[in-house]
Design a protein around this ligand. Structure first.
Ligand SMILES: Cc1cc2nc3c(=O)[nH]c(=O)nc-3n(C[C@H](O)[C@H](O)[C@H](O)COP(=O)(O)OP(=O)(O)OC[C@H]3O[C@@H](n4cnc5c(N)ncnc54)[C@H](O)[C@@H]3O)c2cc1C
Length: 473
């Protein structure tokens, strides 16, 4: 019998962001209050927008860049996420089947360069973002998930990446994290965790030092482009030779991107510090762990001994627009808090100090895409599908190269050359996604309890994949 879990109230912001702002509120970045001109205007002050500004100023120190953010930088998912910093190694098998071995290897290696470069950025710019490069564990939280990694391991062997994955049986995985709920898994030394809001606020500080004009609390209400781009906001407009759209899930509100993204929610519960219980689990480093469910769980520690535990694939209602339930949803955070204790029973009784959520920009192939609108003035990067902390650094490099017209190797990566898969139009899409999503989660939950889903639940859960999307089981 488990004790009921008291949920903390909605604090309005993630614990990460509150902690980062307490440590350093940063210089003010007031709202835009006049009409302005710039070389480049960037819409969105998350990792994608800010890394793009960073790489623009790396390449051309005198460039005039304006960032427009409706909230504060890091107020979106960049300051709310689980803090897993990864490339795409854990999707190796699937990506090889889609892009071919050579292109996949290049993509994953370049993605891995970003993981290391984020660590170097923190060192070089004195950003204390708790960067811990302690690897990544993809584990089975039910017997059904055991062996789910076979395609990735086979692909790694074929590519000669013999050190990439260490396959662990139940005993070996429990020697890494002593919870009875893990039944085997794959460890890779690649991957890190960060305090994501500290990273976001750190990039912001570097940009301000470099003269980038950041306007927070500045929503872009209208946007257009011809020979130049113009972004209108309540206090003024910005005209620029180029623009970058780095709006994550909010881009799904734009007609042009509506069929390219579907939005899901992810929710996190964070415990109070319990370092002695982490010691008992034998899990005191920065290794991230996630399970192989379709609606996955992910968990990581903090240096002061907490667990941050998240659940993906949630859908608050029909989710036709990004409302407040994406930031805090009673059901979403309750599931995260309950599943935390189910996954780590020794944490029963440790209070949940904070809980929050955020929207996920799901792309049909589960991979981000980078493109340029006709006219050549406006570039975009979207669709990270819940794996954007590491990849948005690469995204910033790609978008800076596109904006500056650099003919770089990065522009031949498949995430640039291959457009995303389209989703069905409304009114089919939202109810269809709702039903499929409910079936996916139900199947996962049953399997976690050792039960078998009914044929109809199984059929509906598998439907998105049967239709060609890389979503669901
Ligand atoms: C709960 C949760 C957990 C996650 N965990 C992980 C993880 O552990 N590892 C991982 O790799 N990824 C994770 N992700 C995904 C990751 O956070 C994102 O992929 C990444 O932050 C994307 O960065 P971005 O800059 O593209 O988007 P964002 O950080 O969302 O930035 C976009 C910005 O645009 C702003 N904006 C929107 N509309 C407007 C407008 N009209 N005008 C001006 N500004 C606007 C928003 O306020 C927002 O700040 C998680 C996401 C969530 C929600």
């Amino acid at each position: 019998m488990t004790t009921p879990i008291d949920l903390p109230p909605d604090a309005g912001r993630s614990w990460w962001l509150r902690e980062a702002l307490d440590a350093d509120p940063g210089e003010p970045a007031p709202p835009l209050d006049r009409d302005a001109r710039a070389d480049v205007v960037i819409l969105g002050g998350g990792f994608t927008g800010m890394w793009t500004a960073f790489f623009l100023t790396e390449a051309e120190p005198g460039i005039d860049v304006v960032v427009l953010e409706q909230d504060i930088c890091g107020g979106g998912p960049s300051g709310r996420n689980g803090g897993f910093v990864n490339s795409w190694w854990s999707a190796l098998g699937e990506l090889c089947a889609r892009y071919g071995d050579e292109a996949t290897l290049r993509l994953c290696e370049i993605g891995e360069e970003s993981v290391r470069a984020i660590g170097r950025f923190c060192d070089d710019h004195a950003v204390d973002a708790w960067f811990r490069p302690d690897g990544d564990l993809g584990a089975a939280s039910s017997q059904v998930q055991v062996g789910d990694w076979a395609d990735d391991v086979i692909a790694a062997d074929r590519l000669g990446l013999s050190d990439m994955f260490e396959v662990l049986d139940g005993d070996a995985v429990r020697a890494m994290i002593g919870t009875p709920r893990l039944h085997g898994g794959v460890f890779t030394p690649y991957g890190a965790t960060v305090q994501p809001a500290r990273l976001a606020r750190g990039i912001r500080r570097v940009l301000l030092d470099r003269g980038v004009r950041i306007h927070e609390r500045t929503p872009v209400s209208r946007f257009g482009a011809g020979t130049e781009a113009i972004a209108e906001t309540p206090g003024g407009s910005v005209r620029a030779a180029s623009a970058v759209i780095a709006l994550n899930a909010w881009a799904a509100h734009w007609k042009r991107f509506r069929r390219l993204l579907t939005v899901r929610g992810s929710y996190i519960a964070l415990t109070e510090p319990a370092p002695e219980r982490l010691e008992e689990l034998g899990w005191t480093n920065g290794m991230g762990v996630w399970d192989r469910r379709a609606a996955l769980h992910y968990a990581r520690t903090t240096p002061d001994g907490r667990i941050a535990f998240g659940i993906g694939g949630m859908q608050p209602g029909l989710a036709r627009s990004i409302g407040p339930r994406f930031a805090w949803d009673e059901r979403g955070v309750r599931v995260a808090a309950q599943d935390l204790v189910r996954m780590f029973p020794s944490f029963e009784g440790v209070p949940i100090e904070a809980a929050w959520g955020g929207p996920i920009d799901v792309a049909g192939h589960h991979m981000p895409f980078f493109g340029t609108l006709e006219g050549g003035v406006v570039h975009y990067g979207l669709g990270y599908t819940g794996n954007g902390v590491g990849p948005s650094h690469l995204g910033g490099r790609i978008l800076a190269d596109k904006t500056l017209g650099h003919e770089s190797d990065l522009l031949s990566l498949p995430i640039v050359t291959q457009g995303p898969m389209r989703f069905p139009p409304e009114p089919i899409r939202s109810p269809g996604a709702f039903v499929a999503n409910a079936a996916i989660r139900h199947k996962d939950d049953l399997e976690d309890r050792g039960e078998e889903p009914s044929p109809i639940v199984d059929f509906v859960a598998r439907l998105p994949r049967r239709l060609g999307y890389d979503l669901g089981p």
